[in-house]
Write a protein that binds this ligand. Structure first.
Ligand SMILES: [Zn+2]
Length: 200
């Protein structure tokens, strides 16, 4: 039996996180039966995003232009950089409204066994910014995991070698929790209670 276009749609929807076969089937049938304009909109938005979205040259977050809106915003404090693992973390910190500096998105964390070294995390770009820009503080908002801690310490050392102070979010955040699941009040307390990291 060859796979029909409905089967293919169900399989495709099933690649979404947290969506199993049953949910994928429900979504596919809903779209085809009840909301074909909605389905068209999803397909077009997906096409456009895949075509246009790239990484900001400064912070590596997703954006449509060479430089994202946050990096291009002259009102933001250029001297303070919040280093996060993922684009979702930027959204989480932004929604806490407790931070007015810029970001750097690692798109991962140091994990040599998985092939994630300094180069994959764009640390050459980060080092270049530390050399060329007037950055006075780095807030390391990597996850509270072993790899997240190692990544934070690595960057803290890179910054310390240039005389730049680094701090880590206060441990009010559930250990191992991703920033995106932390409520904005907790996040803003963790930001204001950040603790300086010593050079290793
Ligand atoms: Zn940017």
């Amino acid at each position: 039996m060859s796979s029909s276009s409905l089967d293919e749609l169900i399989l495709a929807l099933g690649c979404l996180p947290g969506v199993g076969r049953k949910s994928a089937q429900r979504m596919a049938l809903y779209l085809l039966e009840r909301d074909q304009p909605g389905a068209r909109r999803i397909a077009d938005a997906m096409d456009a995003a895949l075509e246009k979205v790239k990484h900001c040259k400064q912070c590596r977050n997703f954006c449509d232009d060479d430089v994202c809106e946050i990096c291009a915003d002259g009102e933001r404090d250029q001297g303070i950089l919040c280093v996060v693992e993922a684009p979702a973390d930027v959204i989480a910190v932004e929604s806490s409204a407790a931070f007015r500096g810029r970001y750097f998105v690692l798109l991962g964390k140091l994990s040599p066994l998985d092939g994630f070294g300094p180069e994959q995390l764009g640390l050459d770009i980060l080092e270049q910014q530390l050399d060329e820009r007037d950055i006075r503080e780095i807030i390391l908002a990597t996850s509270a995991t072993v790899e997240g801690d190692i990544t934070a310490q690595y960057i803290a050392d890179v910054a310390a070698a240039r005389g730049i102070a680094s701090s880590r979010l206060a441990r009010g955040i559930p250990l191992g929790g991703e920033l995106e699941f932390v409520d904005s009040g907790t996040l803003s307390r963790a930001l204001s209670g950040r603790q300086q990291i010593e050079r290793s």
